[in-house]
Design a protein around this ligand. Sequence first.
Ligand SMILES: *Cc1c(COP(=O)(O)O)cnc(C)c1O
Length: 489
Amino acid sequence: MSDFLFTRDTPAQYARALHTAVDTVAVHLAGTRAPRSAATPEQLEGLVAAVDLDRPLGDLDAVVDETRRLYLDHAVHFHDPGYMAHLNCPVAIPAVAAEALTAAVNTAVETWDQSTTATLVEQRLVDWTAERIGFLPAGEPDGVFTSGGTQSNLQALFTAREERLSRPRAGSRQERLARLRVVAGEHAHFSVAKAAHLLGLPADAVVTVPAGRGGGLDVVALERALHELAAAGDEVAAVVATAGTTDLGVIDPLPEVAQVCRQHGTWLHVDAAYGGGLLVSPTRRHLLAGIERADSVTVDFHKSWFQPVAASALLLREGRNLRFSTWSAEYLNPRHAVRPNLVDKSLQTTRRFDALKLWMTLRTVGAEEIGRALDRVLDLAGEAGRIVDEAPDMELVAEPVLSTVLFRHRPPGTGNDEADRIVEVVRTALFDSGRALVASTVLDGRRCLKFTFLNPGTTAADVERVLELIRAAARDAAPRTLEAAAGSR
Ligand SMILES: *Cc1c(COP(=O)(O)O)cnc(C)c1O
């Protein structure tokens, strides 16, 4: 009757369903030659709208086929070398296998009595990551897996806020909240400002420190900002440094920032959502020097560690600070439970066993192999930077630091405004064609194109090919762009 459910009576149905799905993906994978199809949004809307959700097909094979036609055929494929847009990675195959295990068992890791070994596996990975960061032996680290860098940053700033307010000082909680500030570099991720807002801090709570030479947060300006805030009677919940800004890949000067934070008794959060993969890089671990002096660190395993979404973690140098996230319910996680309940450390309650993905990847290929894959991506970015720099019709906007390359298509004689305008034209044309995906952003008021590499299989030849597509798109659009410019006069 209910043989669509995973029970001891349905192992055959389960195996057949999974094999159908997996075989379909494998065939599809072998056949994909572009990061996406050229379908228009209207065509896709038509495909989805045509499905009658109240008339089930009754047969999984038919459903997988339908899903192939409306999802797989048009999905954006991060494993394709033409995908160079955002911080999405081709995924580790052992991790995809782990997804199949956890999806079937459906473990919820929040309490020992729903999770058992899964709790221990997550805890081992938290300890392992904390050790890689260098929190030992000075600290007593702990941490928790989260849904992503946004959640990790939110919990970090929540923890920092509570830690600050737990220090005695005149004024009510409300009065102190109104004077609480977060200090961050100008290129910090937008989730920092969003977290400050969610945490009830005032609208002007995020104090921005400009970048200095080298692109990282200017430490002298940071020191000045902290002095001014203290003089004004404001309290600083946290300083946020970024290890790998999303656009430029810049790593703030962590040792110097940590020194300033220590002098001011201020919480230091390092957002290493992007750069965290350097923890396992055989050649570039030194770029994260100083990260061990942070109070909290965000690491996104679903970016530079080649894990499927979602896999992220928040690590704290002093694990006891996770107590601010602890709420107890008699039915779930009573105080003084004998065994660990991970819900005591998390903003979430029901939570996926995402740690198994990283675990199975480490157990299959090891950390060094992950680091080598990241190294290849960083080498490629360096090479792409040189290719762009040497092309007479391209302008390298910034030297690559991690795996992003910011540039503009600017044939000789092209004005700044025209180079700005061409960015969106090119990006859209490439997306619409499905042949390559690149991103765009604004740096110092100028719009530029952005490559983000996270695919170790992408080569310099792929970069050359996409640059050619960019040139062709710009040429195709040139008359229209001129008309638009003429029309706006
Ligand atoms: C991607 C990113 C985030 C947000 O992480 P999600 O996993 O997308 O929530 C935060 N900070 C930085 C620096 C990032 O690159």
